[in-house]
Design a binder for this molecule. Structure first.
Ligand code: TYD
Length: 212
């Protein structure tokens, strides 16, 4: 079972993914939690290139290929072996991030991005994708204060530095993808407290994946 977590910066998906891991583990399941970019050793090198605010001259196509390279290696090294071993695999960002950020955000052709994504994922599709929906104003405020606290604003701030208009396109992109594939993609309101969001996340996983 593959569950992916998606959303704009500061939407809280990483916190929710950790809670889901703990919850499923407490039910005796084997769970693997990973993330993109940076789920493998090579991916961590790619991640630092991608998120370094000094690399603001990367062209959109370079950015696209680096995310796809990260994904291809992650699928090969972590996701497929995890699924084959029978684990529940949770991934913080996956192919939808590329459609939304490089497609809706950067303006690259969606069909082209979709085709290249297919190459990178090698037939792996999420069983469920949770999109934590939040206004970009709130998300960016949360992300910037988190980065400030952790001192990561320069090394990981390249996307936080994008305009509000860019982040609005990201949000709209997710909502559009969800409206096209309601079977797989669920939109959860990310504006509540951590516990409120978690209750919704649990409900969706329970009803869609755990109920017989
Ligand atoms: P992430 O580590 O999830 O950052 P955050 O927790 O701040 O949301 O993701 C890093 C950044 O990479 C994020 O700004 C979104 C971007 N991204 C893409 O542009 N395309 C992709 O395919 C992926 C996976 C991420």
């Amino acid at each position: 079972m593959l569950i992916t977590f998606e959303g704009i910066e500061g939407c809280g998906k990483s916190t929710q993914a950790v809670r889901v891991r703990e919850w499923l583990q407490s039910m005796g399941r084997s769970v693997l939690l990973s993330r993109e970019p940076g789920g493998t050793a090579v991916g961590r090198t790619l991640r630092s290139l991608l998120l370094d605010a000094q690399n603001n001259h990367l062209c959109s196509r370079t950015e696209l290929f680096l995310y796809l390279a990260d994904r291809a290696q992650h699928v090969h090294e972590i996701i497929k072996p995890g699924l084959e071993a029978g684990s529940v695999v949770l991934v913080d960002r996956f192919a939808d991030s590329t459609l939304v950020y490089q497609g809706f955000g950067r303006g690259l052709d969606l069909h082209m991005v979709q085709g290249l994504n297919e190459l990178a994922v090698d037939r792996v599709t999420p069983d469920l994708t949770l999109v934590l929906d939040l206004s970009p104003e709130t998300g960016l405020q949360r992300a910037r204060s988190r980065n400030g606290e952790q001192g990561t604003d320069q090394s990981e701030g390249r996307f936080e530095a994008e305009s509000l208009a860019f982040h609005s396109r990201i949000r709209e992109g997710y909502l559009e993808l969800a409206s096209r594939d309601r079977e797989r993609i669920v939109v959860v309101n990310g504006a509540g407290t951590e516990d409120e969001v978690y209750a919704q996340v649990q409900k969706e996983i329970e009803s869609r994946l755990l109920s017989p």
